[in-house]
Design a binder for this molecule. Sequence first.
Ligand code: 4AD
Ligand code: MG
Length: 437
Amino acid sequence: MLSMKDSFIKIKEVPTKVGQEVKIRGWIYRERKTKNYAFIVVRDSSGIVQCVLDKSSFSQEKWEEIKKDADVEASVLVKGNVIKQEKAPTGFEIQVSEIKIVGKSPMFPITKDLSRDFIDDVRHLWIRSRKMTSVLKVRSTVFQAIREYFLSEGFYETQSPIIQATQCEGGSTLFEVKYFDKKMYLAQTWQLHAEAVIFALEKIFCIAPSFRAERSKTSRHLAEYWHAEMEAAWEDFEDLQNRAEALVKHVVKRVLEKNKEDLEVLGRDISKLKPVIEKPFVRMTYDDALKILKDKFNFEVPWGKDLRTIEEEKLVSLYDVPIIVTHYPKEIKAFYMKEDPKNPKVVLGFDLLAPEGNGELIGASERETDLEKLKQRLIEQGEDPDQYGFYLDTRKYGSVPHSGFGMGVERIVKWLCGLDHIKDAIAFPRTMVRYYP
Ligand code: 4AD
Ligand code: MG
Protein backbone atom coordinates (compact mmCIF):
# COMPACT_ATOMS: atom_id res chain seq x y z
CA MET A 1 0.00 0.00 0.00
CA LEU A 2 1.29 3.43 -0.91
CA SER A 3 1.84 5.69 2.07
CA MET A 4 2.89 9.28 2.56
CA LYS A 5 5.98 8.07 4.40
CA ASP A 6 7.34 6.24 1.35
CA SER A 7 10.18 7.88 -0.51
CA PHE A 8 9.01 9.77 -3.56
CA ILE A 9 11.05 11.28 -6.35
CA LYS A 10 10.34 14.71 -7.81
CA ILE A 11 8.67 14.53 -11.19
CA LYS A 12 11.56 16.33 -12.86
CA GLU A 13 13.75 13.31 -12.03
CA VAL A 14 11.49 10.89 -13.92
CA PRO A 15 13.53 11.04 -17.18
CA THR A 16 16.57 9.74 -15.29
CA LYS A 17 14.69 6.64 -14.11
CA VAL A 18 13.80 4.89 -17.36
CA GLY A 19 13.30 1.15 -16.75
CA GLN A 20 12.92 1.62 -13.01
CA GLU A 21 10.01 1.57 -10.61
CA VAL A 22 9.37 4.98 -9.02
CA LYS A 23 6.92 6.63 -6.68
CA ILE A 24 5.68 10.14 -7.27
CA ARG A 25 3.08 12.32 -5.63
CA GLY A 26 1.20 15.37 -6.77
CA TRP A 27 -2.02 16.56 -8.32
CA ILE A 28 -3.84 15.54 -11.46
CA TYR A 29 -3.17 18.17 -14.05
CA ARG A 30 -5.13 16.59 -16.87
CA GLU A 31 -7.09 13.38 -17.24
CA ARG A 32 -8.64 11.35 -20.02
CA LYS A 33 -10.38 8.03 -19.54
CA THR A 34 -11.29 5.38 -22.08
CA LYS A 35 -12.98 2.06 -21.51
CA ASN A 36 -9.79 0.24 -20.62
CA TYR A 37 -7.29 3.00 -19.84
CA ALA A 38 -6.93 6.17 -17.84
CA PHE A 39 -4.32 8.72 -18.89
CA ILE A 40 -3.56 11.14 -16.12
CA VAL A 41 -0.93 13.82 -16.22
CA VAL A 42 0.38 14.40 -12.71
CA ARG A 43 2.11 17.58 -11.61
CA ASP A 44 4.18 18.42 -8.59
CA SER A 45 6.18 21.56 -7.87
CA SER A 46 8.92 20.37 -10.20
CA GLY A 47 7.04 19.42 -13.38
CA ILE A 48 4.50 17.14 -15.04
CA VAL A 49 4.47 13.55 -16.25
CA GLN A 50 1.92 11.38 -17.99
CA CYS A 51 0.78 8.28 -16.10
CA VAL A 52 -1.04 5.46 -17.79
CA LEU A 53 -3.40 3.16 -15.91
CA ASP A 54 -4.42 -0.09 -17.54
CA LYS A 55 -7.73 -1.47 -16.28
CA SER A 56 -6.34 -5.00 -16.22
CA SER A 57 -3.77 -3.99 -13.57
CA PHE A 58 -6.44 -3.06 -11.03
CA SER A 59 -9.24 -4.77 -9.16
CA GLN A 60 -12.76 -4.03 -10.31
CA GLU A 61 -13.35 -1.93 -7.20
CA LYS A 62 -10.16 0.11 -7.66
CA TRP A 63 -10.93 0.72 -11.30
CA GLU A 64 -14.37 2.07 -10.35
CA GLU A 65 -12.71 4.41 -7.86
CA ILE A 66 -10.21 5.61 -10.47
CA LYS A 67 -12.99 6.27 -12.97
CA LYS A 68 -15.02 8.15 -10.38
CA ASP A 69 -12.39 10.09 -8.43
CA ALA A 70 -9.27 10.61 -10.55
CA ASP A 71 -10.40 14.14 -11.38
CA VAL A 72 -8.42 17.23 -12.23
CA GLU A 73 -6.58 18.52 -9.13
CA ALA A 74 -7.24 15.41 -7.04
CA SER A 75 -4.08 14.65 -5.05
CA VAL A 76 -2.47 11.28 -5.66
CA LEU A 77 0.35 8.93 -4.75
CA VAL A 78 1.48 6.89 -7.72
CA LYS A 79 3.80 3.91 -8.19
CA GLY A 80 4.89 2.57 -11.56
CA ASN A 81 7.55 1.89 -14.15
CA VAL A 82 9.12 4.65 -16.19
CA ILE A 83 9.33 4.23 -19.94
CA LYS A 84 10.25 6.48 -22.82
CA GLN A 85 7.12 7.51 -24.67
CA GLU A 86 7.38 9.90 -27.57
CA LYS A 87 3.66 10.62 -27.56
CA ALA A 88 3.61 11.72 -23.92
CA PRO A 89 3.82 15.48 -23.20
CA THR A 90 7.34 15.28 -21.76
CA GLY A 91 8.56 12.24 -23.72
CA PHE A 92 8.30 9.92 -20.69
CA GLU A 93 5.49 7.99 -19.11
CA ILE A 94 4.81 6.06 -15.92
CA GLN A 95 3.00 2.75 -16.30
CA VAL A 96 1.06 2.71 -13.09
CA SER A 97 0.87 -0.36 -10.89
CA GLU A 98 -0.58 1.34 -7.83
CA ILE A 99 -2.40 4.61 -7.18
CA LYS A 100 -3.84 6.17 -4.06
CA ILE A 101 -6.23 9.08 -4.30
CA VAL A 102 -5.47 11.17 -1.23
CA GLY A 103 -7.78 14.17 -1.69
CA LYS A 104 -10.69 14.17 -4.12
CA SER A 105 -11.42 17.17 -6.30
CA PRO A 106 -14.94 16.99 -7.66
CA MET A 107 -15.65 19.66 -10.30
CA PHE A 108 -12.50 21.78 -10.07
CA PRO A 109 -13.82 25.20 -11.11
CA ILE A 110 -10.98 26.16 -13.45
CA THR A 111 -11.49 24.83 -16.96
CA LYS A 112 -10.39 26.11 -20.33
CA ASP A 113 -11.40 29.52 -21.72
CA LEU A 114 -12.48 31.27 -18.56
CA SER A 115 -12.61 35.04 -18.23
CA ARG A 116 -9.74 36.89 -16.66
CA ASP A 117 -12.10 38.15 -13.95
CA PHE A 118 -13.18 34.67 -12.98
CA ILE A 119 -9.59 33.49 -12.87
CA ASP A 120 -8.76 36.39 -10.55
CA ASP A 121 -11.71 35.45 -8.32
CA VAL A 122 -10.30 31.94 -7.91
CA ARG A 123 -6.73 33.08 -7.61
CA HIS A 124 -6.15 30.69 -4.71
CA LEU A 125 -6.74 27.83 -7.18
CA TRP A 126 -5.18 29.50 -10.23
CA ILE A 127 -1.80 29.68 -8.49
CA ARG A 128 -1.60 25.92 -9.19
CA SER A 129 -1.41 26.64 -12.92
CA ARG A 130 1.86 26.02 -14.71
CA LYS A 131 2.08 29.72 -15.52
CA MET A 132 1.77 30.84 -11.91
CA THR A 133 3.96 28.01 -10.62
CA SER A 134 6.70 29.16 -13.00
CA VAL A 135 6.30 32.82 -12.06
CA LEU A 136 6.44 31.99 -8.35
CA LYS A 137 9.65 30.02 -8.88
CA VAL A 138 11.24 32.93 -10.73
CA ARG A 139 10.08 35.19 -7.93
CA SER A 140 11.76 32.96 -5.36
CA THR A 141 15.03 33.18 -7.30
CA VAL A 142 14.70 36.98 -7.50
CA PHE A 143 14.34 37.29 -3.70
CA GLN A 144 17.29 34.97 -3.19
CA ALA A 145 19.43 36.83 -5.73
CA ILE A 146 18.72 40.21 -4.15
CA ARG A 147 19.85 38.88 -0.79
CA GLU A 148 22.92 37.24 -2.33
CA TYR A 149 23.98 40.48 -3.97
CA PHE A 150 23.66 42.67 -0.91
CA LEU A 151 25.07 40.16 1.59
CA SER A 152 28.07 39.50 -0.66
CA GLU A 153 28.69 43.25 -0.77
CA GLY A 154 28.77 43.55 3.02
CA PHE A 155 25.27 44.96 3.57
CA TYR A 156 23.23 44.12 6.67
CA GLU A 157 19.60 43.10 6.26
CA THR A 158 17.56 45.55 8.33
CA GLN A 159 13.86 46.18 8.95
CA SER A 160 11.89 49.36 9.40
CA PRO A 161 8.34 50.08 10.60
CA ILE A 162 5.39 49.47 8.32
CA ILE A 163 3.21 51.83 10.36
CA GLN A 164 4.63 55.30 9.94
CA ALA A 165 3.77 58.85 10.94
CA THR A 166 4.53 60.65 7.65
CA GLN A 167 4.68 60.37 3.91
CA CYS A 168 7.93 60.04 1.99
CA GLU A 169 6.82 59.57 -1.62
CA GLY A 170 3.92 62.01 -1.80
CA GLY A 171 0.76 62.35 0.26
CA SER A 172 -1.60 61.34 -2.53
CA THR A 173 -0.71 57.65 -2.40
CA LEU A 174 -0.80 57.19 1.38
CA PHE A 175 -2.95 54.52 2.98
CA GLU A 176 -4.31 55.71 6.31
CA VAL A 177 -4.34 53.42 9.31
CA LYS A 178 -6.42 53.95 12.41
CA TYR A 179 -3.75 53.63 15.06
CA PHE A 180 -5.50 53.65 18.43
CA ASP A 181 -6.83 57.22 18.50
CA LYS A 182 -4.31 58.54 15.98
CA LYS A 183 -4.01 58.58 12.21
CA MET A 184 -0.93 56.83 10.84
CA TYR A 185 0.06 55.49 7.42
CA LEU A 186 1.29 52.29 5.80
CA ALA A 187 4.91 52.53 4.65
CA GLN A 188 5.54 53.77 1.12
CA THR A 189 9.22 53.06 1.66
CA TRP A 190 11.65 52.21 4.43
CA GLN A 191 13.84 55.12 3.44
CA LEU A 192 13.46 57.68 6.22
CA HIS A 193 14.19 55.14 8.94
CA ALA A 194 16.91 53.53 6.83
CA GLU A 195 18.69 56.87 6.61
CA ALA A 196 18.87 56.83 10.41
CA VAL A 197 20.13 53.22 10.60
CA ILE A 198 23.12 53.73 8.28
CA PHE A 199 24.75 55.68 11.11
CA ALA A 200 24.96 52.34 12.91
CA LEU A 201 25.39 49.77 10.15
CA GLU A 202 26.61 51.89 7.20
CA LYS A 203 25.37 49.57 4.45
CA ILE A 204 21.89 48.13 4.77
CA PHE A 205 19.12 46.58 2.69
CA CYS A 206 15.65 45.18 3.12
CA ILE A 207 12.97 43.37 1.17
CA ALA A 208 9.61 44.37 2.58
CA PRO A 209 6.10 45.29 1.50
CA SER A 210 5.43 48.89 0.52
CA PHE A 211 1.99 50.37 0.08
CA ARG A 212 0.72 52.88 -2.43
CA ALA A 213 -2.88 53.97 -2.77
CA GLU A 214 -2.49 54.19 -6.54
CA ARG A 215 -5.73 55.26 -8.13
CA SER A 216 -4.42 54.55 -11.61
CA LYS A 217 -5.32 51.19 -13.11
CA THR A 218 -2.16 50.39 -15.00
CA SER A 219 -0.37 47.15 -15.73
CA ARG A 220 2.54 48.22 -13.48
CA HIS A 221 0.98 49.41 -10.25
CA LEU A 222 0.02 47.41 -7.21
CA ALA A 223 -1.38 48.83 -3.99
CA GLU A 224 0.86 46.45 -2.03
CA TYR A 225 4.19 45.52 -3.53
CA TRP A 226 7.50 44.09 -2.37
CA HIS A 227 10.23 46.65 -2.25
CA ALA A 228 13.94 45.84 -2.26
CA GLU A 229 15.72 48.87 -0.86
CA MET A 230 19.28 49.77 0.00
CA GLU A 231 20.91 52.66 1.78
CA ALA A 232 24.64 53.23 2.15
CA ALA A 233 26.75 55.76 4.00
CA TRP A 234 29.79 57.17 2.17
CA GLU A 235 28.44 56.22 -1.26
CA ASP A 236 27.76 58.86 -3.88
CA PHE A 237 25.63 59.18 -6.97
CA GLU A 238 28.03 57.30 -9.21
CA ASP A 239 28.47 54.45 -6.72
CA LEU A 240 24.69 54.21 -6.62
CA GLN A 241 24.33 53.81 -10.38
CA ASN A 242 26.97 51.09 -10.32
CA ARG A 243 25.14 49.29 -7.51
CA ALA A 244 21.79 49.41 -9.32
CA GLU A 245 23.37 48.03 -12.45
CA ALA A 246 25.23 45.29 -10.55
CA LEU A 247 22.10 44.26 -8.64
CA VAL A 248 19.94 44.00 -11.76
CA LYS A 249 22.67 42.08 -13.59
CA HIS A 250 23.01 39.65 -10.71
CA VAL A 251 19.27 39.03 -10.50
CA VAL A 252 18.97 38.45 -14.26
CA LYS A 253 21.99 36.17 -14.26
CA ARG A 254 20.61 34.01 -11.45
CA VAL A 255 17.19 33.75 -13.08
CA LEU A 256 18.76 32.69 -16.37
CA GLU A 257 20.81 30.08 -14.51
CA LYS A 258 18.08 28.71 -12.27
CA ASN A 259 14.80 29.21 -14.12
CA LYS A 260 15.41 28.24 -17.72
CA GLU A 261 12.53 25.76 -17.74
CA ASP A 262 10.17 28.19 -16.07
CA LEU A 263 10.96 30.87 -18.63
CA GLU A 264 10.29 28.28 -21.29
CA VAL A 265 6.88 27.42 -19.81
CA LEU A 266 6.15 31.15 -19.83
CA GLY A 267 7.18 31.42 -23.46
CA ARG A 268 9.81 34.01 -22.57
CA ASP A 269 12.35 34.80 -25.27
CA ILE A 270 15.53 34.63 -23.22
CA SER A 271 17.68 36.07 -25.99
CA LYS A 272 16.13 39.40 -24.91
CA LEU A 273 17.60 39.02 -21.43
CA LYS A 274 21.13 38.03 -22.38
CA PRO A 275 22.37 41.52 -23.36
CA VAL A 276 21.40 42.70 -19.87
CA ILE A 277 24.14 40.63 -18.29
CA GLU A 278 26.63 41.02 -21.12
CA LYS A 279 26.54 44.74 -21.92
CA PRO A 280 26.83 47.90 -19.85
CA PHE A 281 23.55 49.72 -19.20
CA VAL A 282 22.87 52.95 -21.04
CA ARG A 283 23.23 56.07 -18.90
CA MET A 284 21.81 59.42 -19.94
CA THR A 285 20.59 62.60 -18.34
CA TYR A 286 16.98 63.75 -18.38
CA ASP A 287 18.08 66.45 -20.84
CA ASP A 288 19.58 63.79 -23.14
CA ALA A 289 16.35 61.84 -22.91
CA LEU A 290 14.27 64.85 -23.99
CA LYS A 291 16.60 65.43 -26.90
CA ILE A 292 16.43 61.81 -28.06
CA LEU A 293 12.64 61.83 -27.76
CA LYS A 294 12.53 64.94 -29.94
CA ASP A 295 15.07 63.76 -32.52
CA LYS A 296 13.92 60.17 -32.92
CA PHE A 297 10.20 60.35 -32.22
CA ASN A 298 9.32 64.00 -32.60
CA PHE A 299 8.00 64.00 -29.02
CA GLU A 300 8.05 67.46 -27.49
CA VAL A 301 8.39 67.04 -23.71
CA PRO A 302 8.46 70.45 -21.99
CA TRP A 303 11.45 70.71 -19.64
CA GLY A 304 10.27 70.06 -16.10
CA LYS A 305 7.60 67.50 -16.99
CA ASP A 306 8.01 63.91 -15.87
CA LEU A 307 8.36 61.29 -18.59
CA ARG A 308 5.05 59.61 -19.31
CA THR A 309 4.69 55.87 -19.91
CA ILE A 310 4.59 56.30 -23.68
CA GLU A 311 7.77 58.39 -23.61
CA GLU A 312 9.59 55.89 -21.43
CA GLU A 313 8.48 53.13 -23.77
CA LYS A 314 9.80 54.92 -26.84
CA LEU A 315 13.08 55.65 -25.13
CA VAL A 316 13.73 52.06 -24.02
CA SER A 317 12.70 50.73 -27.43
CA LEU A 318 16.02 52.08 -28.73
CA TYR A 319 18.12 49.77 -26.52
CA ASP A 320 18.37 46.14 -25.46
CA VAL A 321 19.60 46.95 -21.95
CA PRO A 322 18.08 49.04 -19.12
CA ILE A 323 18.56 52.80 -19.19
CA ILE A 324 19.61 54.86 -16.19
CA VAL A 325 18.07 58.32 -16.61
CA THR A 326 19.75 60.85 -14.30
CA HIS A 327 19.44 64.51 -13.26
CA TYR A 328 15.68 64.99 -13.29
CA PRO A 329 14.22 68.42 -12.55
CA LYS A 330 13.91 69.01 -8.83
CA GLU A 331 10.17 69.77 -8.91
CA ILE A 332 9.17 66.33 -10.11
CA LYS A 333 11.29 64.41 -7.64
CA ALA A 334 11.05 63.65 -3.92
CA PHE A 335 12.20 66.16 -1.31
CA TYR A 336 15.16 64.09 -0.12
CA MET A 337 17.05 63.95 -3.42
CA LYS A 338 20.31 65.88 -3.39
CA GLU A 339 20.43 69.06 -5.38
CA ASP A 340 23.13 68.86 -8.05
CA PRO A 341 25.94 71.17 -6.87
CA LYS A 342 26.59 72.02 -10.53
CA ASN A 343 22.98 72.81 -11.37
CA PRO A 344 20.46 73.59 -8.62
CA LYS A 345 17.53 72.95 -10.97
CA VAL A 346 18.17 69.21 -11.08
CA VAL A 347 18.77 66.45 -8.55
CA LEU A 348 21.29 63.64 -8.24
CA GLY A 349 18.60 61.04 -8.67
CA PHE A 350 17.87 58.46 -11.33
CA ASP A 351 15.21 56.11 -12.57
CA LEU A 352 16.33 52.81 -14.01
CA LEU A 353 14.01 51.91 -16.88
CA ALA A 354 13.64 48.28 -17.92
CA PRO A 355 13.74 47.18 -21.56
CA GLU A 356 10.69 46.08 -23.57
CA GLY A 357 8.42 48.75 -22.17
CA ASN A 358 8.54 47.53 -18.59
CA GLY A 359 8.95 50.96 -17.06
CA GLU A 360 10.70 52.10 -13.93
CA LEU A 361 12.39 49.30 -12.02
CA ILE A 362 14.41 51.41 -9.63
CA GLY A 363 14.04 54.88 -8.13
CA ALA A 364 17.26 56.21 -6.62
CA SER A 365 19.18 59.19 -5.33
CA GLU A 366 22.06 60.55 -3.41
CA ARG A 367 20.44 62.17 -0.37
CA GLU A 368 20.31 65.87 0.43
CA THR A 369 22.44 66.49 3.51
CA ASP A 370 21.89 70.25 3.80
CA LEU A 371 19.41 70.68 6.65
CA GLU A 372 18.04 74.03 5.46
CA LYS A 373 17.54 72.81 1.90
CA LEU A 374 15.72 69.74 3.19
CA LYS A 375 13.36 71.84 5.31
CA GLN A 376 12.76 74.19 2.39
CA ARG A 377 11.93 71.30 0.05
CA LEU A 378 9.49 69.86 2.58
CA ILE A 379 7.74 73.23 2.88
CA GLU A 380 7.59 73.58 -0.92
CA GLN A 381 5.89 70.20 -1.08
CA GLY A 382 3.30 71.26 1.48
CA GLU A 383 4.80 69.34 4.40
CA ASP A 384 5.45 70.53 7.94
CA PRO A 385 9.16 70.01 8.78
CA ASP A 386 8.25 69.62 12.46
CA GLN A 387 6.67 66.28 11.58
CA TYR A 388 10.05 65.08 10.33
CA GLY A 389 12.04 65.73 13.50
CA PHE A 390 13.70 62.33 13.76
CA TYR A 391 14.67 62.43 10.11
CA LEU A 392 16.14 65.91 10.26
CA ASP A 393 18.21 64.83 13.28
CA THR A 394 20.16 62.56 10.92
CA ARG A 395 21.55 65.76 9.36
CA LYS A 396 22.41 67.29 12.72
CA TYR A 397 24.59 64.63 14.30
CA GLY A 398 27.49 63.44 12.20
CA SER A 399 25.81 63.78 8.80
CA VAL A 400 27.54 61.89 5.97
CA PRO A 401 27.14 61.71 2.21
CA HIS A 402 24.87 58.79 1.51
CA SER A 403 22.70 57.27 -1.19
CA GLY A 404 20.02 54.68 -1.68
CA PHE A 405 17.44 53.18 -3.98
CA GLY A 406 14.32 51.07 -4.13
CA MET A 407 13.48 48.37 -6.65
CA GLY A 408 9.96 47.06 -7.18
CA VAL A 409 10.27 43.28 -6.96
CA GLU A 410 7.08 42.62 -8.94
CA ARG A 411 8.31 45.01 -11.63
CA ILE A 412 11.46 42.96 -12.16
CA VAL A 413 9.51 39.68 -12.01
CA LYS A 414 7.04 41.02 -14.58
CA TRP A 415 9.86 41.99 -16.89
CA LEU A 416 11.86 38.77 -16.51
CA CYS A 417 8.79 36.57 -16.97
CA GLY A 418 7.47 38.68 -19.84
CA LEU A 419 4.09 39.18 -18.14
CA ASP A 420 1.39 41.49 -19.51
CA HIS A 421 0.29 42.59 -16.06
CA ILE A 422 2.10 43.10 -12.77
CA LYS A 423 -0.67 41.33 -10.84
CA ASP A 424 0.66 38.00 -12.12
CA ALA A 425 4.04 38.69 -10.56
CA ILE A 426 2.63 38.06 -7.08
CA ALA A 427 0.47 35.23 -5.73
CA PHE A 428 -2.28 37.38 -4.24
CA PRO A 429 -2.29 40.83 -5.83
CA ARG A 430 -3.71 43.93 -4.24
CA THR A 431 -4.93 46.59 -6.64
CA MET A 432 -7.65 49.19 -6.48
CA VAL A 433 -10.18 46.67 -7.77
CA ARG A 434 -8.68 43.42 -6.49
CA TYR A 435 -8.29 42.64 -2.77
CA TYR A 436 -9.73 39.11 -2.47
CA PRO A 437 -8.58 36.37 -2.12
O1 4AD B 1 10.49 55.46 -7.09
P1 4AD B 1 9.95 55.10 -5.75
O2 4AD B 1 8.68 55.74 -5.33
O3 4AD B 1 11.13 55.38 -4.75
C1 4AD B 1 11.09 55.21 -3.41
O4 4AD B 1 10.15 54.75 -2.78
C2 4AD B 1 12.38 55.50 -2.73
N1 4AD B 1 12.08 55.88 -1.33
C3 4AD B 1 13.27 54.28 -2.81
C4 4AD B 1 14.56 54.50 -2.10
O5 4AD B 1 15.35 55.32 -2.53
N2 4AD B 1 14.81 53.77 -1.04
O6 4AD B 1 9.73 53.52 -5.70
C5 4AD B 1 10.81 52.66 -5.94
C6 4AD B 1 10.40 51.55 -6.86
C7 4AD B 1 9.95 52.00 -8.24
O7 4AD B 1 11.04 52.23 -9.07
C8 4AD B 1 9.10 50.83 -8.70
O8 4AD B 1 9.91 49.79 -9.19
C9 4AD B 1 8.47 50.36 -7.41
O9 4AD B 1 9.26 50.87 -6.35
N3 4AD B 1 7.11 50.85 -7.28
C10 4AD B 1 6.02 50.09 -7.46
N4 4AD B 1 5.87 48.81 -7.80
C11 4AD B 1 4.61 48.33 -7.91
N5 4AD B 1 3.50 49.05 -7.68
C12 4AD B 1 3.60 50.35 -7.33
N6 4AD B 1 2.51 51.05 -7.07
C13 4AD B 1 4.90 50.93 -7.21
N7 4AD B 1 5.37 52.15 -6.87
C14 4AD B 1 6.70 52.08 -6.92
MG1 MG C 1 10.07 56.59 -8.75
